[in-house]
Design a protein around this ligand. Sequence first.
Ligand SMILES: Nc1ncnc2c1ncn2[C@@H]1O[C@H](COP(=O)(O)OP(=O)(O)O)[C@@H](O)[C@H]1O
Ligand SMILES: [Mg+2]
Length: 1042
Amino acid sequence: MTLLEGSVGVEDLVLLEPLEQGSLLKNLQQRYEHKEIYTYIGNVLISVNPYQQLPIYGPEFIAKYRDYTFYELQPHIYALANVAYQSLRDRDRDQCILITGESGAGKTEASKLVMSYVAAVCGKGEQVNSVKEQLLQSNPVLEAFGNAKTIRNNNSSRFGKYMDIEFDFKGSPLGGVITNYLLEKSRVVKQLEGERNFHIFYQLLAGAEADLLKALKLERETRCYVYLNRKVSRVDGMDDASNFKAVQSAMAVIGFSEEEIQQVLEVTALVLKLGNVELADEFQANGVSASGIRDGRGIQEIGEMMGLNSEELEKALCSRTMKTAKENVVTALNVVQAQYARDALAKNIYSRLFNWIVNRINESIKVGTGEKKKVMGVLDIYGFEILEDNSFEQFVINYCNEKLQQVFIEMTLKEEQEEYEREGIPWTKVDYSDNGVICNLIEHNQRGILAMLDEECLRPGVVSDTTFLAKLNHLFSKHTHYESKVTQNAQRQYDHTMGLSSFRICHYAGKVTYNVNGFIDKNNDLLFRDLSQVMWKARHPLLQSLFPEGDPKQASLKRPPTAGAQFKSSVAILMKNLYSKNPNYIRCIKPNEHQQRGQFSSELVAIQTRYLGLLENVRVRRAGYAYRQGYRPFLERYRLLSRSTWPRWNGGDREGVEKVVGELSLSSEELAFGKTKIFIRSPKTLFHLEERRRLRLQQLATLIQKTYRGWRCRTHYRLMRKSQILISAWFRGNMQKKRYGKIKASSLLIQAFVRGWKARKDYRKYFRSGAALTLANFIYKSITRKFLLGLKDNLPSTNILDKTWPAAPYKCFHTANQELRQLFYRWKCKKFRDRLSLKQVENLREKLCASELFKDKKASYPQSVPIPFRGDYIGLQGNPKLQKLKGGAEGPVLVAETVKKVNRGNGKTSSRILLLTKEHVILTDTKKSQAKTVIGLDSVAGVSVTSFKDGLFSLHLNEISSVGSKGDFLLVSEHVIELLTKMYRAVLDATQKQLPVTVTEDFSVRFKESSVAVKVTQGPERGRNGKLSCKKTGSRCLDVTV
Ligand SMILES: Nc1ncnc2c1ncn2[C@@H]1O[C@H](COP(=O)(O)OP(=O)(O)O)[C@@H](O)[C@H]1O
Ligand SMILES: [Mg+2]
């Protein structure tokens, strides 16, 4: 499929757009300039002669092309050869390869390339190799005898060649048959300026050993020979001498015996020597001009060499025997006629020799009958020729090409039609220019030009080229493809290019004007019987065998077939042969006239493309569908265009293709689905597909790149990650190992310390250093014991007032000693308390209460402390009279004493007896035994005392109480501490209230709805004697001095 991508221009002209001469030429030129000399038209190969050795041949290329199908690689002759060979080997189809083109276009090279390809790819083995060698070696021999330097081509084949190579069922070559057409024998006697005779003459002279030359009676110098053009004897780049050796060895390889080779060379030498036979005028007595040989030596040598009678030869050259019914009439020939006869003889000898060589080769490479063979024919024949002056040769050559074109059209169309039928696609009739009518014009058995020519040759009477032309003009006056001066005149056309002795045929490749002069002669191709008879008489076996008609026994009056008829029949055989085979075309094109590399002459190529009918070719190819491809390769190529077929397609090939084209929404007229192939009508559609594919490829390439890059990065990343993890694992492991090592070392150290410590602990007792502690402990214990035991013996008395305590003997016992002292004291107190009676307890409680009330407040308190509270200071117990004072009051009398009452009015004092019971305070007059004042304790609002040692106190009463209305009492008691303490407790018991006891020197007492401010001051006695004086200062003030 390379023909669609990366190519220079288009590789298949079927895809040329637009399809016209100009673009076709441009395409060929463009490719040629890029050294792409091969281009296809479908399966037809166009080859443009590169005139240089390109590096595209040889074993590597053969190996490459044998593995690929036709369109997979760039166009190449190997691809075509491969297709032909494979089809022959695998499909059992006989093949023919038709190589056409102008002289010098590269036909022979092409045929050699095909042969070398086939030779390289076909089987191997000793037998096969020798056959191959024979086939290949036939080339140099045929080229030596059949090729010559022309102006156009230094190695131009001057004959047409068709070679059948025959293969066995395995594809190994068995042998072959060569057919040659129309050797240009006129070259033997005459060459154009700048051209040479056949190579063999020069090779022989240059390459033969001196002995051989001597035996052949030849001179080394080419200029000694008339038939050899004296101006050009050498061709650049061609070594005649070594080629001669090559030809000799090639002949040996093919199977020529030494004698045969010798004889061939002798006949070749004969031709050269014949050319040197000089003829001169001789005068006969009867005045008729005659001729004779000027120098007898040459003819002598010929006679000796060929075993000929030289006189007979001379006679045969210079005269002609006419047979009539009764007798033989001998006529002398003039010089011109004799020269003509000599040249005719030379030409005949050479062309017959050439035929003999071809037959001899055929004999060698012949395949035994009975073997089943497959055949590959290679036709290397001159292409269409239009020269300045076209003669009989051009006429037959062009006829041959016309026939080949017919084969081409019919076979291509047939093939197309067959393919369509095979593929089940309806066949639409294709318009093409059918050249059958031109072929008919030439070859028709009764009314063809060749038939007319034969008729003229055989016709008795005066026959000339002019009569022949007149006949043609008469017969074809209405023929569309025929023209001459006469027909033109009839149609009143004026054409100065048309000569009087010319006719013109409109060939498919263009109009060609033929000069009719020489047609009759060339068609007759007669050699005077005298000459052939002389030749037959030669003792030289080869020469003799070349002229079998010279045998008198065989001599008949029947004329040999004319050249035209011979050619026509051989063309007919060839055509039959070709029709029976599968054709493969190679169209060779010559890019310039100068055999120059790199030069491309558009005009020249334009002419050739017309001759070759290339445009016509393309049109036929494109008539139906321009492009076709098997479903599988098509799908392979384009499946990337559809989502459903890319990247995987599991269905059938055809369904896949339908999917692809369906998705591309191509017009249905553009496509046809055959059984195995898809057909595409116009190249445009294909190019569209290609463009889509190109774009898609870019996308896919990007995708692949993307995926690949992603993959690469991912793998790289993964690797890095893996490495990183590995490194971290190792690092962490290492770190942990180190840490562990450290921990282990540390724990070992700790263990060691602990064990050491434990061990030391267990063993400490055995240590000397522990002795001090033990001693210290011991001493400490012993002094403690001593201290405690000493204390036991020295305990102070249990009297609670005794607070003495022995001092601690050591400072360290100080705290313990204090504790012990406390303990001992508390124990002593407990013991003391346990010994107290209830009364004593009550007394102490009262004492405690007194302390709370008066300690540090009243100066007389300290003195009161050691004196026990007696309560009864008036002998109440033993005095029933006094007992009555108590009246109805409940409970015991708490205090009974005599107090002084201060008169609030005047400050005078008077005695009273005061009784304190649990609920009342009773004041009675000491003289009267009846109660005077009874005050409920709940009426007592408070008491005020001074801080001095005196016994003055004020009893404040509630205003609302009945007694209270009399006002507060200002009293003096000797036991004021005891009295107030007991009153306080009685009030607390009776009312659950604390009696407010105020210690002050200034207080006021109520007296008759008003109050008297009492101010107490200390006298010089300081109240110790219990005396006090009150002095009323104003109605509301009372100064008390104690
Ligand atoms: N494929 C080729 N590669 C190189 N040179 C070539 C090629 N084809 C032809 N030539 C050259 O062109 C010359 C003429 O080719 P040839 O085959 O003899 O032409 P033809 O047979 O058509 O007259 C050859 O001698 C050769 O130099
Ligand atoms: Mg050739």
